[in-house]
Design a protein around this ligand. Structure first.
Ligand code: NAP
Length: 291
């Protein structure tokens, strides 16, 4: 089933990414109203209203990731004032499909919402895979800014060979880096070797050293003080794993190792692409759902 041409969208709250989602939907010919963006200058094709009016005007509601912060306050960094998910907003979205990131957080903050009508685009594999590209580019941007040498010919370690690890290793190789990748599955180690990288088991990290740049994608405490002291001396460490992350930053400070926690990179490094990825994912979900 395709999306009805009569669908109307409210994009409420969020950062630049969400603005690009709104713009991209409007460019497809749909009527889009945004809410919670009073402090940005806007493209004229977007109607700008308060959050509840935007929701009332629309049949489909798009919220950011996360949708709420600090209880039932909408995550709306471009709003001049706090937007509470109060009864007026709850009534305005009632009976409508709501797309957001981290839906469980939204549902526990606003239990009055109909959980069957709340959809989580952050749980979608196609979004995670495409976001890996923006994340890897963001990581490279940090590496290029922070490292005094070129990435070309640098000795790079990528920990984890999931979505981000795969994309980042490929980009580093494309730039001419000497790439080592760690994984724990035998099949991943085989693919790593086959792809032309040096493969090492994640459990053996502390047996290796001499890296200029280390990128961690593993969402577990991998770079504790022991591994940092053996593997990361003289390296710049960039932790990409979601909180709580995979690097002991206090230990890194003690050891004099430069380490960065690099979070939410798609929205920072490539808000336009990140917004379009959200739009395409929501379109996929609407097409699959024929309620
Ligand atoms: P992924 O595809 O699930 O890959 C994770 C990798 O870590 C896999 O190789 C996995 O190995 C490995 N791993 C997980 N737990 C491990 C453990 N305890 N010991 C050893 N290896 C372990 O995830 P992803 O999409 O690449 O994302 C990686 C992290 O980045 C996540 O925390 C994600 O939320 C975060 N992220 C960050 C940003 C940002 O802007 N910084 C953006 C998007 C996502 P197995 O396959 O063997 O389990």
């Amino acid at each position: 089933m395709s999306i009805s041409k009569y669908s109307t969208f409210a994009v409420i709250g969020g950062d630049k990414r969400q603005l690009y989602t709104a713009k991209s939907i409007a460019d497809d010919g749909y009527c889009v109203t945004i809410g919670g963006f009073d402090s940005v200058s806007l493209n004229n094709s977007l109607k700008n209203e308060d959050a509840a009016t935007a929701a009332l005007n629309s049949s489909i509601i798009i919220l950011p990731l996360p949708a709420v912060k600090n209880g039932n306050i909408l995550n709306a960094p471009f709003s001049d004032e706090f937007i509470y998910f109060d009864d007026r907003l709850i009534n305005a979205v009632a009976g409508k499909k709501i797309f957001c990131g981290m839906k469980n957080k939204l549902l526990s903050a606003v239990p009055a919402l109909d959980k069957d009508l709340v959809y989580d685009y952050l749980e979608r594999e196609e979004l995670a895979v495409q976001n890996a590209v923006a994340t890897a580019e963001g990581a490279l941007e940090i590496a290029m800014r922070q490292y005094d040498g070129t990435v070309n010919h640098s000795r790079c370690l990528v920990c984890g060979y999931g979505r981000i690890g795969k994309v980042l290793s490929q980009m580093l190789k494309g730039l001419g880096a000497d790439v080592t990748v760690s994984a724990r599955k035998k099949s991943d180690l085989a693919w790593i070797s086959l792809s032309g990288y040096r493969a090492i088991h994640t459990d053996d990290l502390k047996e290796y050293s001499g890296f200029d740049l280390i990128f961690n994608t593993i969402p577990s405490m991998i770079f504790d003080s022991v591994v940092l002291a053996h593997t990361a001396v003289d390296a710049i460490v960039i932790d990409l794993a979601s909180l709580p992350g995979g690097v002991d930053f206090a230990a890194a400070r003690r050891l004099g190792i430069t380490a960065f926690q690099a979070l939410s990179l798609p929205g920072k490094a490539a808000p336009k692409t990140a917004g379009e990825i959200i739009k395409n994912t929501i379109y996929n979900m609407l097409e699959e759902d024929n309620r």
